[in-house]
Design a protein around this ligand. Sequence first.
Ligand code: HEC
Length: 109
Amino acid sequence: MCRLVAAVFAISLTAAACAGSAPEVPVGADGTIDPELQVGRDVYAENCKSCHGANGDRRSDSDLTKLDSDDIDSFADIVSNGLRRMPAFAAAFTDEQLDAVVRYSIEVL
Ligand code: HEC
């Protein structure tokens, strides 16, 4: 009985941890993970997830899963300079971090 309770507890902890983290960067065609996308995932999890949700779709007015590569310039501009209630990140990020989080949001979310 105790073992069953412990197993159920472990599974629910794992599920909770997975639900809260941003999607993993998929392995590319060459069998490796793009390091820039990996940086983007870390930047996203630390700076964006609180408002946009782990999967980028928490806000219906700014659903990041609906962005595509045509949006890349305006997306980078919004993240740098903010937009109405969206904070500006230009002062907080290096150019590499900015490019990485924009790519991650478009390619992985
Ligand atoms: C404090 C909450 C908050 C944080 C943190 C935040 N955002 Fe936003 N974001 C918003 C809001 C609110 C909007 C909608 C802006 C508006 O129209 O008022 C938005 C809009 C956007 C848009 C425009 C989407 C569209 O459909 O036009 C992008 C892109 C975006 N955010 C990316 C990011 C990224 C990337 C990060 C992390 C670097 C981030 N946001 C962090 C609140 C936030």
